[in-house]
Every structure is written in structure tokens, then in C-alpha cells.
Design a protein around this ligand. Structure first.
Ligand code: X8Z
Ligand code: ZN
Length: 620
């Protein structure tokens, strides 16, 4: 890499030289980044030891390169320079790496736990076949109404994932913290939060949560009552404290509830708003769903996917090898190779995820001409919001009718409430989940929560914010956070919470620009070149400006706020309040008694269970 001879050990304030150096860095970085992503892609789409070995090797090359860049960048006194762009770029480059041995250890731990998660199967339901998360367990959770079966699978998944990675996770946390501290952060949580460039980021999150939590409370109360009707035979399984047993919500983590729409639909005789069966009847496959999504983005004037996208993406689960199925979008940093990896199913849920992933790729395409270090979302929440923003239009009855997935789109109140309930199950249900995951991680990184209380803390947050409780008793032998992809994969999660608020803020503005009148939830921006241009201009910025600038460019506002999501769901909230009148809305902050047993490690609990018969005999 270009090294500048600076005489006398004085740091340089020469902005011209800094710009030259940054150009050189950018040039080299795009190929080093490309090789690193290529190696990860090869591993994630074919989980072999060989590919893992090559990926760790590429990670080491990358880390060496970044360490050298860090050393070179420190030749400049960039903090004192005037040019904001130089300062911003230098700041992202100035990150010190751990010694190679520890980089290797970190990567090995990460790979081991990701592999445990991605290859886990739940066996033993009496049939020969073991169940994979995608699609088997996901389908079971979407379809089964059998309390015991769901409970068994819920526990089975956690036995096969989290329980097998707890100590590796602890070691991984320590290394992450070490790297963060090396760079002046208090811990790795501090490092993650700093990326939001916001004075008191947790306070902002809490402000947003306080704005939206009343909506969640209404939904929770209504859904719980309907579930009690469905599971009347298991009524004793509903805790007195008002929590919902976590296995009944149509999703392995209870993070989105749209799969139980049929149990909570406000007006069952009115038109269905779920297009799963229409997609299947019309013989949609993965490619057709992706093409549908591509068409929407194009209607706004955004680019079609490059040929390489179709050639290289993995959009269905291969049958001949193990892969990481969890959907993701990949930027190869060479300005034309962008891919999606997804095990697409033909369902409405998949339709939303396809748009979500396509949103990421469009962001990649829009900022591809920025320097490598700015090829990111204005903040990660922006990146997560784009595709969801588009699907907000796609799923409106009017749009679904336009593309032939609904026969009609009546605008009577009852059909509208059915539609909004579906949206609430897809989006409002997610809010506390999106908020709590990183509260757990921040507390783990800061040391406030150590390995002896990992699982207890997890359930404290799940009970408190989501109002859900475990269907079977948990202990510290379990590690339930590890049963959720982003924990083993070490992907920050608060971005999804931020996105859940931002996407409505974006939508409100784009709907205005597109000339929409009437309620926000009916707005479909399909075909609006004006909205597309506005969006494009914001996306092109990447991370070159602080996020409030990007937000202002699109919406005229510099602050995130949740009033748009409240507007969107207003008619449903009024209806829910009527339905819930006279019913208890709250749940206890603490988990139900007995849902968590102490027994700090598996050795103690194993010894205890071995001793039980002995104790029993002695007592007799
Ligand atoms: O992980 C994802 C995307 C990839 S960025 C599929 N999501 C979160 C999750 O699945 O838990 C999207 C919504 C939340
Ligand atoms: Zn995403």
C-alpha cells in the first residue's frame, strides 16, 4: 500500500496527500473486500471444512490489510483537517485489529457457532426424517395448532442450537470486547452503538419504543384472548401473569405473528388478504417472486438487476449440500456483482422477505460509486428499511389486485381492518423483539450479564417487552439467544427496530410525493418516478453523510419519530381498543413463576437428575 514518507515523525495535515492516499486505499480495498466476500459466499453457500479454511485465510488477509491501512492512516492528523469527507473516511479506516492469532480464534469460534445453527435438525417425532429450520420447522410453526407438538419442536430447536454453543459464545464475546477496547470503546456494545453517530442512542431507542409500545399492548391483549379460545383445552398452560406462551405465535421466536392470522382475523367472512394460496395456485416459483419484486423497483425508475445477479444468486435451498439458509444480500464491492442467498418458499412471508433482500441490493447498486468505506446505509436501519418500504405498497389490496394475486380490493371498513390486522401481525408484533435483542447483547458485552445469567437475562427481556413466556421451563443449561440466527452470526439487531420505525416515515413522505391522498395504509407508490427519484437521491449518499442529513433529504425531518407508524395503524388501534375495553391489557414484568429454574450449568443439573432416583428411594 502507498506509504508516505513523513519526515521528523510529525503528523501530516496535508489534505491533498490524504486524498491521494485515500484514493489508493479505495482502489486496493475494493479488491481485498471482494476477495473476502467471495470466500464468505463460497462458505455460506457450501458449508465444507475446505471452504471454511479458505474463508479464515481470506479473513486474515483482510485483517492484515486493514491493520496496515490503520497504520498508514495514522500518519495523518486527520481529526484536525477541515474536509469533512476526508475525516469521515479516515475515521472508518482507523480501526485497529487484534493480533492474528486472536483474529483466527475469533473466526473459528464464529464459524463453529454459525455452523451449529445452520446445520441443526430436530429429530424424533416418530417419523424417519429430522426437521430443518427452513422450511420444515418454519412450516410446522406456521401450520400446526397442536400445543404439544409445537412445544416439543420449540424445545428441540433450542436443544440443538443454543445449548451447543454457550461456552463458545462466551469466548467469542471476550474477543469481540478485546478488539473494541483496543480502539478506545468501553466494550463491543459501545462500538456497535457508536456507528449510529447519535449522542445517546439507547435513549433514542427508548423514546421510539415508548411511542409504539401502546400499539403493541393492544395487539398483544387481543391476540392472547383469541389464542385462549383456540387452545381452550390447554388453558392451564396460559400463565396467570398475562404472558403468551411463546410457541403459539406461528413463529419459532414469536417475532412475527402473521401465520396465526386465521386465529385472530377480525372479520372471517370478509375477503382474505393472504396471498400464499394465490401464489401457489398461480404456480409462482422463486424466480417469479424475484421478478415481481424487480418490476416494482423498476417502476420507480430504479435499475433492473444486472445479469450477474441472476447468474450467481442462490434463491432456493440446494439439495446437494449444506448452506446457511437465513436470507441475506451480498455486495461484492466491484460495482457489478450483487447477490442474494435465500431458501425461498412460495408464501406471502417469502414474498415480503424477497422484497426485503431486493431492497438491500438496490441500496448496493445506488451507492456503488461511493468510496468503499461509504458503501453502507446512512445507518444500518436505513438499509433494512428499503425493501420493507417497498413491500408496504406491494401488499396493499389494490396492488395485489393489479398484479392478479387478489380478485378484488373492496374498500369497506371490515376488509380494511382484516388487512391492517395482517400488517400488524407482520410488523407491530416485531417491535419489542427488535428492541430487546441488542439490549441483551449490550448487557452481555458490558459485563452486566455474565455467562451464569445469559439465559435468565434473555427471558427477563422476553417476558418484560414481548409479554411472552417459555412453554417449558428454562435454566442456565439452555442458551436461548443462540437459537436466533443473529446471535451466533453476530449481526447487530437494533437495526431492525430502527427500520421498523423509519420505513413508515419514508413511506409517508413518498406517498405525499407520489400524490397519494387518503389513509397511509392504502398508499401504493408503484410507478411513481417522482418518489423513485427522491429515494434514489437519498440512497446514492450511502454513508457519506450523517444519517440525519440523509433523512432530511428524503423527508425534510432530521429526527426519527414514530408518528407515521401510529398514523398507519390508527383504524386498527381504534377497533382494538373497542374490542379490548374492559379487559386487562397488561402483563407482569417478571416471567411466570417456575418458568426459569436455577441450576447454573449442565453438570449440576445432570448430577441432580442422576441423583433424583436415589433421593426418591431414600425418601421412600
Ligand atoms: O434477518 C433478517 C433479514 C436479513 S437482513 C432476512 N431479518 C430479521 C430476522 O429475520 O430476524 C428481517 C427482519 C428481521
Ligand atoms: Zn435485511
Amino acid at each position: 500500500m502507498l506509504i508516505l514518507g513523513i519526515v521528523g515523525g510529525e503528523k501530516s495535515l496535508d489534505e491533498g496527500a490524504a486524498t491521494l492516499w485515500l484514493n489508493e486505499y479505495n482502489h486496493l480495498a475494493s479488491s481485498v473486500y471482494n476477495e473476502r466476500v467471495q470466500a464468505s459466499w463460497n462458505y455460506y453457500t457450501n458449508l465444507t471444512d475446505h471452504n471454511q479454511h479458505l474463508m479464515v485465510k481470506a479473513e486474515l488477509v483482510f485483517s492484515r490489510f486493514e491493520q496496515e491501512a490503520y497504520r498508514n492512516a495514522s500518519i495523518f492528523d486527520w481529526k484536525k483537517m477541515n474536509n469533512e469527507t476526508i475525516k469521515r473516511l479516515m475515521k472508518t479506516i482507523s480501526y485497529m485489529r487484534l493480533p492474528e492469532e486472536e483474529v483466527k480464534q475469533t473466526e473459528n469460534l464464529r464459524n463453529r457457532i454459525t455452523q451449529v445453527y445452520s446445520t441443526a435438525e430436530v429429530c424424533g417425532d416418530g417419523t424417519d426424517r429430522c426437521l430443518l429450520l427452513e422450511p420444515d420447522l418454519q412450516n410446522k410453526f406456521a401450520e400446526s395448532k397442536d400445543w404439544d407438538e409445537l412445544s416439543r419442536l420449540w424445545k428441540g430447536w433450542r436443544d440443538e442450537t443454543g445449548r451447543k454453543m454457550k461456552s463458545d459464545y462466551e469466548a467469542f464475546v471476550k474477543l469481540q470486547n478485546k478488539a473494541a477496547k483496543l480502539n478506545g470503546f468501553d466494550d463491543n456494545g459501545h462500538r456497535w452503538r457508536a456507528k449510529y453517530e447519535t449522542e445517546d442512542f439507547p435513549q433514542l431507542c427508548e423514546k421510539l419504543w415508548n411511542q409504539v409500545s401502546p400499539l403493541y399492548v393492544q395487539l398483544h391483549a387481543y391476540v392472547k384472548r383469541q389464542l385462549k379460545k383456540t387452545y381452550a383445552d390447554n388453558i392451564d398452560g396460559f400463565p396467570d401473569g398475562g404472558h403468551i406462551p411463546a410457541h403459539l405465535l406461528g413463529n419459532m421466536w414469536g417475532q412475527t405473528w402473521d401465520n396465526i392470522f386465521d386465529l385472530v382475523v377480525p372479520f372471517p367472512d370478509k375477503q382474505t388478504v393472504d396471498v400464499t394460496s394465490a401464489l401457489q395456485q398461480q404456480k409462482y416459483n422463486a424466480t417469479a417472486i424475484f421478478r415481481l419484486s424487480e418490476d416494482f423497483f423498476e417502476s420507480l425508475g430504479l435499475d433492473p438487476m444486472p445479469e450477474a445477479f441472476w447468474e450467481h444468486s442462490m434463491i432456493t435451498r440446494p439439495t446437494d449440500r449444506e448452506v446457511v439458509c437465513h436470507a441475506s444480500a451480498w455486495d461484492f464491492y466491484n460495482q457489478n456483482d450483487f447477490r442474494i442467498k435465500m431458501c425461498t418458499e412460495v408464501t406471502q412471508e417469502s414474498l415480503l422477505t424477497v422484497h426485503h433482500e431486493m431492497g438491500h441490493v438496490h441500496y448496493f447498486i445506488m451507492y456503488k460509486d461511493q468510496p468503499v468505506m461509504f458503501r453502507r446505509g446512512a445507518n444500518s436501519g436505513f438499509h433494512e428499511a428499503l425493501g420493507d418500504l417497498i413491500s408496504m405498497s406491494v401488499v396493499t389490496p389494490k396492488h395485489l389486485q393489479l398484479i392478479g394475486l387478489l380478485e378484488e380490493s373492496p374498500e369497506d371498513n371490515e376488509t380494511e381492518l382484516n388487512f391492517l390486522m395482517k400488517r400488524a401481525l407482520e410488523r407491530l408484533s416485531f417491535l419489542p423483539f427488535g428492541y430487546l435483542i441488542d439490549q441483551w447483547r449490550w448487557s452481555v458485552f458490558s459485563g452486566e450479564t455474565d455467562i451464569d445469567s445469559y439465559n435468565r437475562k434473555w427471558w427477563e427481556l422476553r417476558c418484560k417487552y414481548q409479554g411472552i413466556s417459555p412453554p417449558v421451563s428454562r435454566s442456565e443449561s439452555d442458551f436461548d439467544p443462540g437459537a436466533k440466527f443473529h446471535i451466533p452470526n453476530n449481526t447487530p439487531y437494533i437495526r431492525y427496530f430502527i427500520s421498523s420505525v423509519l420505513q413508515y416515515q419514508f413511506q409517508r413522505e413518498l406517498c405525499n410525493i407520489s400524490g397519494h391522498t387518503g389513509p397511509l395504509h392504502r398508499c401504493d407508490i408503484y410507478g411513481s418516478k417522482e418518489a423513485g427519484t427522491k429515494l434514489r437521491n437519498m440512497l446514492m449518499l450511502g454513508q457519506s453523510k450523517p444519517w440525519p442529513d440523509a433523512l432530511e433529504q428524503l423527508t425534510g425531518q432530521r429526527e426519527m419519530d414514530a408518528t407515521a407508524i401510529i398514523d398507519y395503524f390508527r383504524p386498527l388501534m381504534e377497533w382494538l381498543k373497542e374490542q379490548n375495553a374492559g379487559h386487562d391489557l397488561s402483563w407482569e414484568e417478571e416471567c411466570p413463576h417456575g418458568s426459569f429454574t436455577s441450576g447454573s450449568n449442565s453438570l449440576i443439573s445432570t448430577m441432580f437428575s442422576l441423583l433424583l432416583p436415589v433421593i426418591y428411594i431414600v425418601l421412600l
